[in-house]
Design a protein around this ligand. Structure first.
Ligand code: AMP
Length: 194
């Protein structure tokens, strides 16, 4: 199973990915988590990414593409993976296509979680409140506004990109978590039978 979860910050990609990991035994590949780990470890990539991430901007394509290329070579990805937060630009999507083509692999489906922006703000505020002071550096009103703007300008074009390849399925991400999860399961089942 190879899936992309697409959607703006706070759409529920992380929550749904973790559930898929538990149910299907696949790996969650979150470039945000990988970059945060690099920042915490103080690696050269982490040092380069730290301020960019705190501002809510995108880390350069070459860096994230290289991280993903290395990660999908690892043995635990053989059973499949969920891409959460990657690709985020058309250039990243093209690099992913090339990577998969070279490995003679294909994506099963690209699932877009559609949500409205007012709800996103409320969700991220809730995440901050629940973090007990350990909020992500980019979970604040200013960075969130930037992340949404970046999503609209750089990532939303991927909806069109994957609609053209016929791989896109859009789901209403405003439903309760369990209802979204049930729809995702249905989409995955249908793609496996196709
Ligand atoms: P996320 O946890 O997916 O919301 O990502 C947090 C931050 O990490 C983003 O706002 C970006 O600064 C950076 N980031 C994560 N994934 C990517 C990506 N695919 N391309 C560029 N920057 C990324």
């Amino acid at each position: 199973m190879r899936i992309i979860l697409l959607g703006p910050p706070g759409a529920g990609k992380g929550t749904q990915s973790k559930r898929l990991v538990e149910r299907h035994g696949v790996v969650q590949l979150s470039t945000g988590d990988m970059l945060r780990a690099a920042v915490a470890a103080g690696t050269p990539i982490g040092l380069e990414a730290k301020d960019i991430m705190a501002r809510g901007q995108l880390v350069p394509d070459a860096i994230v593409v290289a991280i993903v290329a290395d990660r999908i070579e690892e043995a635990d990805c053989a059973r499949g993976f969920i891409l959460d937060g990657f690709p985020r630009t058309v250039a990243q999507a093209e690099a992913l296509d090339a990577m998969l083509r070279e490995k003679k692999l294909a994506l099963d489906v690209v699932i877009e979680l559609k949500v409205d922006e007012a709800a996103l703000l409320a969700r991220v505020e809730k995440r901050i409140a629940e973090s007990g002071g350990e909020a992500r550096a980019d979970d604040n009103a200013e960075a969130l506004a930037k992340r949404l703007e970046v999503y609209r300008s750089q990532t939303a074009p991927l909806v069109e990109y994957y609609a053209r390849t016929g791989q896109l399925v859009s789901i209403d991400g405003m439903q309760p978590i369990e209802a979204v999860a049930a729809e995702i399961d249905k989409v995955i089942k249908a793609s496996a039978e196709a």
